[in-house]
Design a protein around this ligand. Structure first.
Ligand code: ADP
Ligand code: ASP
Ligand code: MG
Length: 410
């Protein structure tokens, strides 16, 4: 008997009819002799609608109340899913994140899971019931307030729960057949990948491939939980994200991200400690700085550019303007119309020519590169926001992932 954690995303539970189909699948998994724990997202675009409601009454809603509001979305879907399962004669019981013992830090809107107690989930399983857990939420033990984990956070709930319960597999049911070589909404001929390493998936997710939240992949890697990303609409085999893959691709895929903005501080005095002065207060404000580029120094000053989530850009601007004033820098500029495109592949570290191929493909598509950053298995470029979809398509056409043969640099 296996323990299976299944997570159903917003589209998959988007209507009563779809919830019924999800219930059929859960009941079938149970009937096959498995223990089943289910994590659900809010129905359809509920979370977006709740965000819009909040903004309609307060342009800067208090973070605690925002989490009270947003966590309601998953409460609706968890109860409906439990009801649909009960209608099929199988006992099911739903739990909020707090009831399931999902303990987080206090960072409202981007809380991190610190511990999963899971007592009531285990009790439900021991009683032969299906346990349904609301995704995307937890509770902070100090404030006793409900927290949410950040957009896409139900993936993190599912994989963390799978780790805590020592599940055999974590299945992520979504509206695509698996992880593709690029977002299929942008590249219609993107290909489904059969398998992918945690490291590659981490780079794709961090690069903006929203099919799996980055933190869920981190949990999978840390606790060795294989993740099966698959369609909730059919039984086809999806994509396995796991530690070791049979074949190592040179290029696995392309991700893009439109959620960040670029901040530039002009003519900062070039002396030790300046970068720390700028980035320490960003860290203290809880801002996740992504790419950082510092120019070569000219006449004792240098320009520093970095990207931050668009949601944090006003705070980042205020901090940068204050620090620029203290340091005697020339000024601060914010550009929200930027996007990041990333090429990912575990084999690129041993294949020269990949970076050159990226720059060539973007140049031929008439796309200017504003910033570049790399890891051993990723090359990312910041480009103008209105060109990012062209950039994804240009790179997909140039590299045709998954590229397994040594074709680059030839
Ligand atoms: P869910 O509500 O099931 O969590 P999401 O919208 O969060 O679904 O994630 C699925 C979506 O991710 C797909 O519809 C697709 O547009 C997008 N996506 C982006 N990059 C990729 C990729 N590389 N492979 C598959 N889907 C991707
Ligand atoms: N409902 C949340 C969101 O839309 C969490 C999730 O779907 O994973 O971001
Ligand atoms: Mg999602």
């Amino acid at each position: 008997m296996a323990l299976v954690v299944q997570k159903y995303g917003g589209t998959s539970v988007g209507s009563p009819d779809r919830i019924s189909r999800v219930a059929d699948r859960i009941v079938a998994t149970r009937a096959a002799g498995n223990d089943v724990v289910v994590v659900v997202s809010a129905m359809g675009s509920t979370t977006d609608e709740l965000v819009a409601l909040a903004e309609a009454v307060n342009s800067r809603p208090p973070a605690r109340e925002m989490d009270m509001l947003l966590s309601a979305g998953e409460r609706i879907s968890m109860a409906l899913t439990a009801m649909a399962i009960a209608a099929r004669g199988v006992e099911a019981v739903s739990f909020t994140g707090s009831q399931a013992g999902i303990i987080t830090d206090a960072a409202h809107g981007q809380a991190k899971i610190q511990e999963i107690r899971g007592t009531r989930v285990r009790e439900a399983l021991a009683e032969g019931k299906v346990a349904i857990v609301a995704g995307f939420q937890g509770v902070n033990p100090d404030s006793r307030d409900v927290t949410t984990l950040g957009r896409g956070g139900s993936d993190a709930t599912a994989v963390a729960l799978a780790a805590a319960l020592d599940a055999d597999v974590c299945e992520i049911y979504t509206d695509v057949e698996g992880v593709f070589t690029a977002d299929p909404r942008i590249v219609p001929d993107a290909r489904k990948l059969d398998e992918l390493s945690f490291d590659e998936m981490l780079e794709l997710s961090a690069g903006g491939a929203g099919v799996l939240m980055t933190r869920s992949v981190e949990f999978g890697r840390r606790y060795g939980i294989p993740i099966h990303v698959r369609s909730s609409f059919d039984d086809s085999e999806g994509t396995w994200v796991k530690e070791h893959t049979m074949e190592q691709a040179i290029i696995s895929g392309i991700a893009h991200d439109v959620s960040e903005a670029k901040v530039t501080v002009w003519a900062v005095p070039d002396r030790p400690g300046v970068a720390a002065r700028l980035f320490e207060p960003m860290a203290e404000a809880g801002i996740n700085v992504d790419m950082i580029v510092q120019n070569v120094s000219r006449q004792g000053t240098t320009d520093i550019s970095f990207t931050v989530p668009k949601a944090a850009v006003e705070t980042a601007r205020q901090i940068a303007e204050r620090v620029a004033g203290e340091l005697g820098a020339a000024g601060v500029q914010v550009d929200a119309d930027v996007a990041k495109v990333s090429l990912v592949g575990a084999g690129m570290k041993s294949h020269p020519g990949v970076a050159a191929g990226v720059f060539r493909a973007l140049a031929e598509a008439g796309i200017n590169i504003e910033m570049i950053s790399t890891s051993t298995i990723r090359i990312s470029c910041v480009v103008s926001g209105d060109q990012v979809e062209d950039a994804v398509r240009a790179l997909h056409a140039a590299f045709e992932p998954p590229m397994v043969e040594a074709e680059v640099g030839a």
